[in-house]
Design a protein around this ligand. Structure first.
Ligand code: ZN
Length: 344
């Protein structure tokens, strides 16, 4: 155990959620209320990969500087600013137990970075907790949100991809190496669509925002989404998931059909995880879950059809997340609160 700092006066903790396009940070007080928040763009080093390689900038440097900048903004909101307030950072990808990002389709330029050490240097002696973003969201939903008080739960974040956080015996499960809960990359069909992870046919290529876009364009070309195509400007190629979600919420029959298909794909992965975990509750969060009942209702139906022993087992409740886009940052702060020295 090296470094670290005692919990700050006043019990404030900071949490930052590093997304593929934006950083979102919060300050939590002792009761867990969000007392301040801040956001910034994620540096897009990936678009300048060639120049990045030429300059040999170490991996993760741009992200670490951006997180450092956001932390400076956040601490100005604390009554007695203390740069040593415990900090948790949620990152998409496979974080090992030492805080090294081993693999990340959505943050390729930070792969290999010892984020925990780099952030510690950037923030002068702070020992942050660095954790998978979906694990952070699961902790937040378990502590304050839809999975509060539930001992066995699965928290799924549906966005561009799919993140998972497993709650077992009331705790977030990290696995032997810290990589548990990578459910978006369960293989469904190895001859399926390409996945950002480099393989084909991962669950997230079917059941995420990206999967919805693909289902939507298929339906549009087949002539089943004519009104949605008009909404998208007239070209089936331009139909996006959000067009379909909105049309389904307005009762468009073709769009509702696409959401039912998406619900089937979603349920397929959920029953597979259920076979392993036997959860009491499944919480669906992330941008795609904001589609609401037009996605949840078919998902519940297909889940009941597909799950092993469907009519012979207690119903697994499938509910929307409660904390919205703040879940990851709140959970990152909670990770730091329970572990202020940043030791896993
Ligand atoms: Zn994958």
């Amino acid at each position: 155990v090296t470094g670290g700092a005692p919990p700050a006066e006043g019990g404030f903790v900071l949490g930052v959620d590093v997304g593929g396009t934006k950083l979102f940070g919060v300050v939590l007080d002792q009761e867990g209320s969000v007392v301040a928040e801040a956001r910034a763009g994620t540096p897009q080093v990936g678009s300048h990969r060639a120049s990045n390689l030429a300059s040999r900038e170490p991996p993760g440097r741009a992200i670490v500087e951006a997180v450092g900048g956001l932390v400076l903004q956040l601490i100005t909101h604390i009554e007695h600013p203390d740069a040593r307030a415990p900090l948790g950072v949620g990152v998409p990808g496979m974080l090992d137990r030492d805080g090294v990002l081993r693999f990340s389709p959505h943050l390729p330029d930070a792969v290999g970075a010892d984020l925990k050490s780099l952030l510690g240097e950037q923030l002068r002696g702070c020992a942050p907790v660095v954790e998978n973003d979906a694990n952070c969201a699961a902790l937040a939903e378990h502590t304050f949100g839809a999975a509060r008080g539930v001992q066995e739960a699965l928290v799924v974040t549906l966005g561009t991809g799919i993140g998972g956080g497993l709650i077992e015996e009331g705790r977030v499960t990290l696995g032997a190496h810290g990589f548990a809960g990578e459910i978006g990359h369960m293989l469904i069909d190895t001859s399926g669509p390409p996945c950002p992870c480099g393989r084909n046919g991962c669950w997230e290529t079917y059941a995420s925002g990206g999967g919805l876009g693909r289902l939507a364009r298929e339906a549009a070309y087949a002539g089943r989404l004519n009104e949605v195509v008009v909404l998208a400007g007239g070209d089936p190629e331009d139909v996006r998931g959000e067009h379909v979600t909105r049309a389904a919420q307005d009762g468009d029959v073709g769009a509702m059909g696409v959401m039912r298909k998406l619900g089937w794909w979603l349920a397929l992965g959920l029953v597979n995880v259920t076979a392993v975990l036997d959860p009491e509750l499944i919480v669906l969060g992330g941008g795609l879950a904001e589609a609401g009942e037009c996605l949840l209702e078919p998902t519940r139906g297909c889940f009941g059809d597909l799950v092993e022993g469907g009519s012979s087992r207690p119903q697994v409740k499938i509910v929307p997340a409660a904390l919205g886009e703040r879940a990851g940052a709140i959970g990152a702060a909670l990770m730091a609160r329970t572990n202020p020295m940043g030791v896993k």
